[in-house]
Structures are given as structure tokens and as C-alpha cells.
Design a protein around this ligand. Structure first.
Ligand code: ATP
Ligand code: MG
Length: 863
């Protein structure tokens, strides 16, 4: 058969061209694609009797002898689509006005000209072949010319297009019909959307760039929206625009930009969508259009903020103290700020002192010591004119929390690390602007969990919880069991940490309870937390429900009382947001605000809001730790946002001390290998360790380490330094001076020594002696922790030999002891050591195997 192929979404030019071909070759049929433009559809309707018989569908296809490609613009893709129906004998004929990108085979017949429309090329041929045209034919043919030349206004229009059109008008083409079909037709629904978009235009100026937001609501899906946005003039004139169409709670965002510096592709990717810098889109569920707008604005602002200076954001409320001041003199001041600026007589900056440390010292009775003794110098400082982009670079290389701002050597302000990061990567200015995901709007679920609580917690703990609940009720508070323990109980696991959140005053509740029960209590008033120690030694942590807000740029986060829901909303993952109330009368009621139960059931790790990883990059590590430990998967958006945060290098701006804590936890987890493999998959290890790569060798060492650690610990009854071992396995590709820097940076000082000892030990194994007694001489002085690594990284044979020797050493006394020698009548003296060492050496080399043989050997050689 003979087929005319036009592409998906074909327009009038394709239709006119294809129609023209059917006039040249009446046997050829037009293959109708699944989707066509709305004007194409209109034309087919208007000329139904002319076109119907010329069209076929994909199901009608048989083997194609002659294939026409009409205005398809892509030779290879077209052939690929039809590959089932063509072979090397199929004749291919192309009508196109697009430049052809791929090289065409010689036997392809080409009608390719640089005209404004492809229809022009066909019309020329019809004229040449003197084919008769009716006025309807002429009208159909002229449609493509009008459309593709933009009514002869596009600068791709050529003289040929006009000549072809002139010829068609001569043949009776009806321009009234052309006008009706070509003019944009939009339906009632689309008009309503355009109307709303025009009504809701909102302007946003950023560095002289005009950015427009607009939104509309619709109760059903509206096709082709992006196709008619060009009709809204202000949008066309803007430097960039974001149009949001909310359809039953789901919002489609269409974004366009004319400026390279406004990369809408990147912004849409933050919202889980994609595209390139000039055109992009995303679909977001559960956010209001206002929330989306706020979010996009904050991202746009953060780009702009990079150029701003520290002076605009720093806090000027600083406490400056002369170095000779005694710390008790500033006791009152210490609650006001986390750091104190120490200056000399002339007001010149000497360094900072941490309020926390000073308070601790006061508590220990150190009072009349001068503050100069507490100075931390050699710290990074900024000037008011430092740009935020520069500041960001600087803070990534240090773990400092607070950065003094100095002008001419004198302190004028302070800014903290988290704040700089939040300005640049997330919004800070208004906590109401927080992005709440749909979970926020879910109705909380309540479940009676009293039985499970009693099942998984020991009786005496239950009794305490009940009594704390009773006291809570008396004080008018509500108290809840929260965090990992609730997650674990839901998953039918035993758990240790008992964390309580109090809607009320946790410190007061704890003090009264401690008094009542005559048990010790530790309170931390400034954090609104307390810790009780039970008679049995277990601890119960209590905290006042709270939220952190920023009162103004540059200020420290202000801790405020909040509801349990707000407190839970700050948490890392939905599975950690469950609470079980213990207040009297409601004891054992589980509350699920954010669908945590479902996520536990579905085995999913999900963050609570879009900025979670940027707000606290440590959550990247926590997400993978929980995923590895519990065998859970990351939710789709969570995974996407985690990757984004890693790509943005958020881990390098996270405080090193917290990375240390988190890695310590991870490397001590039972599922450490799973966690490390996830950290590899998500390129977290690459972000923490220079030039990191995972290959079979490293994977094998890691796996063998896990097994060797377990067997060493079981056999020798010792605790192996897991952290250092795994760190070494992750960093063995680095020269020591680099791994040293990494260990220092993340505060793994204990591991530095381990690395050094390992390097020394490794040198001993350049040559491996054949006899076990010789090998023993080498390993005798090496710590077991390090031998673990040596075993895991050497070949199996050496590894088994070392373990065999160590086991023999462990059982050395069973073979022969000083007591045995005494019984044999040898008087105690330093010769004992010589004899025992000699016997052990023979035992290692297999010359002595049993106690009996040992005794005989001694009798023979030493009696
Ligand atoms: P584990 O079983 O490892 O103790 P956990 O969930 O109890 O798990 P913790 O580190 O003890 O974890 O923290 C207690 C609770 O504090 C968590 O359940 C979580 O809700 C919250 N949390 C801890 N770290 C963060 C963080 N970086 N961001 C938000 N919430 C956190
Ligand atoms: Mg815990």
C-alpha cells in the first residue's frame, strides 16, 4: 500500500501537504496520528467529505510499498515508528521544508526546499503537473501556507509561499473559511481559564526583571493550556512567568523564561518537575497556589541574595565584653546570646567565648576567672561587605557555628551558619510561608494502642508513664510518648529511649514528679527540657512541645511553645511523627497526624515538607540510615529531593560535629553494609570523601569486615572499633595526609590513631613468613581492632591463619600453664616464661598438638 505519514500533534501544514500528495497520487492514504492540533481537527470537520476517504488508522496498515513523509521533520524517527510495515524495498518520498538533520540514503526521493511551509512545495508540483484543483482543494491547500507563515508575517516566509498562495486564490481558495479555521478557537472552559489568568496576574520584580505569577482554578482537565498562553500579552512581555492551574487540588505549573539567569527548569525541579532554563513544568499536589508562589519567590530571592552582603542579614545585637572581665560579672548576659565577643581595651576583637561553656563553668563554681581564658581565637570572621555567596564558600570548609562580623577590627554583628544556608537555600523570613505538604491537611487518626504499649514496655515503665500522665492531668497538661520508641512499638519491636513531649511545661512537670517519687532530675531550662532517672537506672527525657521561629533576619532561632502537632511537624520523617498519649484518661491513644502509620505499613521513608533536607542536611544521612536499618524505601519525592540536596552539596555545609554523630550511629548499626551501599547509591559517600568510588574490592572488604568484626567480638569477648575499621575501608584509596584531613574535619580523632597504627602494621606484612610461629611474632603486638582490618583486607588464606593463631593464643593456658609446670616439680622462676613460650611456638607450628604432648615435651627438654 501507499501511505502518507504525518507526525504526532500534526498541524495544518502537515494536513495540506498530505492532502496535496493525495492529489498527485490518489492511491496514497494519510495515516492519521493519535493527536492533532485543534485547527487540524477543525479542518477535517469542515472538509469531512473531501478528507474522510483519504484517511486510514494504524490498524489498517499493511506492508507499505511507497511511503511519503509529509512535513515530519524527522526521517529516522518516522521510519522507526513504521518499522513493522516497511523493508528495504519500500520507496520513501519526503516533502519537507525543515532542514534535514540525518543523512538520507540515496534512493530516497526528496522534495525539500527552504520555504515557509511544506504545502508550498506540493502546490508547486501540482501546478507543474497541471493537476486540476477545485476551490475546496485550493482552500485545503492554502491552510498550511497561511498557518506556517503566520499569515505571511514570519520571516521564514518566502516569495514562493506567496506565489503558491496566489495560485491557489486564483483556483478559488476561500479565505473566509481559512480565517474561521486558522483563528484561534478556544472553548468556554479555556476562555474561563484565560479570564482568570488575566484577572490574577501578579507582578514580582527582581533585579529589574519582571516576573509574573498567575493562577486559575478548574474543575476538569483543560488540554492545550500552554498553547494559548501566548494570547496573554503581559505574560509574553515578562522576563519570566509561572502559571498555575489548580484542578481539584492538583496544580500544574507552566513556567517560561527569557533570561538565562532565571532558570525555570531548575526551579521546577525543586518542585519535582523538570524542563530546561526557558521552558519547564511541574505538577504539585496538596499545596495551595499561594504556597507554591511563595516557594518559587523564595527560590528566586535566594538566587538574588547571593549578591547581597552580610550587613543586610547579620544580627547587631551582640554582647561585647572586655577580656579582663570576670565571668560572674556577665552571668545575666549569658542567657541572651550563644556567644560573647571578647575585646581589648581599645575595643579590638580578640575572639569569642561560648555562653554555654561559660555557664557550665559558673555551675562548677568557677567565677572569678577572667574571660580571656575562654577565648576561642583563630576563627573565621566576615566583614559587613562580605557577599553571601562568598560567605557560603567559606563556611563550607569549617564547622564553625557562629561567624563574627568585624568592621575595622571591631565587632559589629554576628550571623550563624544555619541562617546563611537558609537564606540561600530555603526561605526564612516568615514561618507562615512554610511549605506544608498535603499531609498537613490530613485528618489525624486516633487508635487505641494501650495493649501494645503494655506488651512492649516493662511494667515498671508503664507504671511511671501512668503516674506522669496522672500528674500531667492535674497540672492541666497533655503528655505524649514520641519518636523512635513509638515507631518501634508499632513495628512490634522493643525500644530503649523514652521520649516524652509535654503540651505545657516539661521542666515543671519533671521537677514535681521527681519530688513526688524522690528520684533525681536534671533540668535544662533554656531548652525547656528535663531528664528523670528512674530507680532502675533508666532515663526518661521530657521536652516541652515547641517550634523554632526566626523573628527577624540574622536573629537566632527563637524557641517557642507549640502544640504537639507543631512539634511533630518539625521532625525528620513521617514514621517518626507518631505519638501515644499518656495523659490520664487518654492513656494509650496513638495519634497519627501525618500518615506515619501508612508509611510504616508501606515501608516508606518520607519527609514532611519539600525543604526538609535543605533545612537540615543531616536528615540525608538519617534517611539512609533508617532505610538501611529497617529495609524501607525512600518515597518518590523524598528520593528526588534527597538527590537534589546531595547535588547541591548540602552535606558540605552541615555542621561537621553532627555528621560525626550520625556516621557513628550508622557505622554501628547492624545493617551497616546496607546503609553504606545506600550512601554509595545516593552519592553521599562521594560528597563526604574525596575521589570516593565503590568497586568489587571495596564491597568485598566491607562485607568481610562485618563478618570478621562479629566473629572477633564473639570469640574474644571484646568490642571492636567498628567506626575506624569502616572508615578505613572507605578511605583506603587516599594518601594518609588526605584521610587525616577528612578524619580531622569530621572529628574522628580516635580513628587517626587507628589509621596510623594500621599503616605501621601493614608494613610488617610486606613479607609473610611460612611458619605460624614466625607470623605470630608479627601479629603479637598488633591490636585486635587492627587485625580485624588486616584479616578482612588480606587474602583468605592469610586471614584464616591469623585467626587460627589468635584462637590458639586465646587458649594458650589450657595447653600448658605455670600451674602445670609447678605440678611437674619445676620451681617458679623466669624460666617459666621461656618454657611456656617455647611450648606455644611448637604448638603454633603443629609440632605439639595436645596437653599430653606438651607435658612430654617439657619433661624431655627441661627436666
Ligand atoms: P533510634 O532508634 O536510632 O534512636 P530515633 O527515631 O529515636 O531512632 P533519635 O536520633 O533518637 O532517633 O531521635 C529522636 C527523634 O527526634 C526522632 O524520632 C525524630 O523524630 C527526631 N529527630 C532526630 N533528629 C532529627 C533531625 N535531624 N530532624 C528532625 N527530627 C529529628
Ligand atoms: Mg532514639
Amino acid at each position: 500500500m501507499q501511505v502518507i505519514f504525518i507526525s504526532e500533534g500534526a498541524d495544518l501544514d502537515a494536513l495540506s501537504t498530505a492532502f496535496g500528495i493525495t492529489l498527485i497520487n490518489p492511491e496514497a492514504k494519510i495515516l492519521l496520528p493519535d493527536a492533532v492540533s485543534s485547527s487540524f481537527r477543525l479542518a477535517v470537520k469542515r472538509f469531512e467529505n473531501k478528507l474522510k476517504g483519504k484517511m486510514i488508522k494504524i490498524n489498517d496498515l499493511k506492508k507499505i510499498n511507497v511511503l511519503y513523509l509529509a512535513d515530519t521533520n524527522n526521517y529516522k524517527a518516522s521510519l522507526k515508528k513504521l518499522s513493522d510495515f516497511i523493508d528495504e524495498n519500500t520507496k520513501v518520498i519526503i516533502y519537507d521544508h525543515h532542514p534535514v538533520r540525518s543523512k538520507l540514503p540515496k534512493n530516497v526521493e526528496k522534495h525539500i526546499k527552504k520555504t515557509g511551509s511544506a504545502s508550498t512545495i506540493v502546490v508547486y508540483q501540482l501546478k507543474r503537473n497541471k493537476i486540476q484543483l477545485s476551490s475546496d482543494d485550493a482552500t485545503i491547500l492554502i491552510l498550511g501556507i497561511y498557518e506556517d507563515t503566520g499569515n505571511f508575517t514570519y520571516n521564514t516566509t518566502t516569495e514562493k509561499d506567496l506565489r503558491a498562495a496566489a495560485y491557489l486564490i486564483e483556483k478559488g481558495a476561500d479565505l473566509e473559511t481559512v480565517k474561521n479555521i486558522i483563528e484561534e478557537r478556544i472553548d468556554q472552559q479555556q476562555i474561563s481559564i484565560i479570564h482568570q489568568l488575566v484577572e490574577n496576574l501578579q507582578y514580582f520584580f527582581l533585579k529589574n526583571k519582571k516576573i509574573i505569577f498567575s493562577f486559575a482554578y478548574s474543575d476538569r482537565y483543560i488540554p492545550d493550556i500552554s498553547g494559548f498562553l501566548h494570547m496573554i500579552k503581559p505574560l509574553q512581555e515578562a522576563d519570566a512567568f509561572f502559571v498555575m492551574i489548580n484542578e481539584k487540588g492538583k496544580t500544574s505549573i507552566i513556567a517560561r523564561s527569557k533570561r538565562k539567569e532565571i532558570d525555570v527548569g531548575k526551579i521546577m525541579s525543586y518542585l519535582g518537575g523538570g524542563g530546561h532554563f526557558a521552558a519547564a513544568s511541574a505538577t504539585v499536589k496538596g499545596l495551595t497556589v499561594q504556597e507554591i508562589k511563595n516557594y518559587i519567590e523564595s527560590v528566586l530571592l535566594s538566587e538574588a541574595y547571593k549578591e547581597k552582603t552580610i550587613s543586610e542579614f547579620m544580627s547587631r545585637e551582640i554582647i561585647t565584653v572586655n577580656k579582663d572581665t570576670q565571668i560572674q560579672e556577665i552571668k545575666e548576659e549569658l542567657d541572651k546570646a550563644p556567644v560573647v565577643f571578647v575585646v581589648d581595651k581599645k575595643g579590638k576583637f580578640l575572639g569569642i567565648a561560648l555562653s554555654r561553656v561559660l555557664k557550665e563553668s559558673l555551675r562548677h563554681g568557677i567565677k572569678d576567672v577572667k574571660i580571656e581564658n575562654f577565648i576561642i581565637d583563630s576563627i573565621i570572621t566576615f566583614e559587613p561587605s562580605t557577599r553571601l555567596s562568598e560567605a557560603e564558600k567559606t563556611i563550607t570548609t569549617s564547622s564553625q557555628e557562629y561567624f563574627p562580623v568585624l568592621e575595622n577590627g571591631k565587632p559589629v554583628g554576628v550571623i550563624n551558619r544555619t541562617y546563611i544556608i537558609k537564606i540561600l537555600h530555603g526561605q526564612v523570613f516568615d514561618s507562615e510561608k512554610d511549605i506544608f505538604i498535603s499531609r498537613e491537611r490530613i485528618k489525624p487518626k486516633f487508635l487505641n494502642f494501650e495493649r501494645n504499649l503494655r506488651k512492649y514496655l516493662p511494667d515498671h515503665i508503664i507504671t511511671h508513664l501512668e503516674e506522669i500522665g496522672k500528674l500531667s492531668k492535674k497540672l492541666g497538661y497533655s503528655t505524649y510518648l514520641v519518636g523512635g520508641i513509638v515507631r518501634d512499638i508499632v513495628m512490634s519491636k522493643k525500644s530503649l529511649d523514652i521520649d516524652l513531649i509535654v503540651e505545657g511545661d516539661a521542666v515543671k512537670l519533671s521537677k514535681e514528679y521527681a519530688k513526688l517519687k524522690k528520684i533525681p532530675v536534671h533540668t535544662f531550662e533554656e531548652f525547656m527540657t528535663a531528664q528523670l532517672t528512674l530507680e532502675t537506672g533508666e532515663k526518661i527525657d521530657l521536652a516541652t512541645a515547641r517550634k523554632e521561629t526566626y523573628t527577624h533576619p540574622g536573629a537566632y532561632p527563637k524557641v517557642e511553645k507549640a502544640t504537639i502537632k507543631e512539634d511533630l511537624y518539625r521532625r525528620d520523617f513521617t514514621i517518626n511523627t507518631l505519638a501515644i498519649e499518656i495523659t490520664e484518661g487518654k492513656f494509650g491513644i496513638l495519634i497519627d497526624f501525618f500518615n506515619g502509620l501508612k508509611d510504616i505499613k508501606d515501608r516508606m521513608i518520607r519527609i514532611l515538607h519539600q525543604l526538609s533536607f535543605i533545612e537540615d542536611p543531616i536528615r540525608i544521612l538519617r534517611a539512609l540510615r533508617f532505610a538501611g536499618r529497617l529495609g524501607f524505601k525512600l518515597g518518590k519525592p523524598t528520593e528526588k529531593l534527597l538527590k537534589l540536596a546531595v547535588d547541591e552539596d548540602m552535606l558540605s555545609v552541615a555542621p561537621a560535629g553532627r555528621i560525626n554523630i550520625e556516621l557513628n550511629y550508622s557505622l554501628n548499626e547492624e545493617k551497616v553494609i546496607d546503609i553504606l551501599m545506600l550512601m554509595n547509591r545516593y552519592r553521599v559517600l562521594h560528597s563526604l570523601i574525596p575521589d570516593f568510588y565503590m568497586d568489587e574490592k571495596r564491597e568485598e572488604i566491607l562485607n568481610r569486615l562485618r563478618d570478621t568484626i562479629i566473629s572477633f567480638e564473639m570469640f574474644f569477648g571484646i568490642k571492636i572499633d567498628r567506626v575506624s575499621n569502616y572508615l578505613l575501608a572507605l578511605m583506603y584509596h587516599l594518601p594518609f595526609d588526605i584521610s587525616y584531613k577528612i578524619l580531622q574535619k569530621y572529628h574522628f580523632s580516635k580513628s587517626v590513631k587507628f589509621f596510623e597504627e594500621y599503616l605501621d602494621a601493614r608494613d610488617l606484612f610486606q613479607k609473610i613468613p611460612r611458619k605460624d610461629s614466625q607470623l605470630y611474632k608479627k601479629i603479637k603486638f598488633i591490636k585486635k581492632d587492627i587485625l580485624v582490618y588486616i584479616c578482612a583486607s588480606s587474602d583468605i588464606e592469610l586471614s584464616e591463619r591469623i585467626i587460627r593463631i589468635l584462637k590458639k593464643e586465646e587458649e594458650k593456658d589450657l595447653l600448658l600453664s605455670g600451674k602445670d609446670l609447678k605440678e611437674m616439680g619445676i620451681p617458679p622462676s623466669p624460666v617459666y616464661k621461656k618454657i611456656l613460650d617455647d611450648v606455644f611456638k611448637k604448638y603454633l607450628d603443629g609440632e605439639i598438638k595436645t596437653k599430653k604432648e606438651a607435658v612430654e615435651y617439657v619433661k624431655k627438654h627441661y627436666l
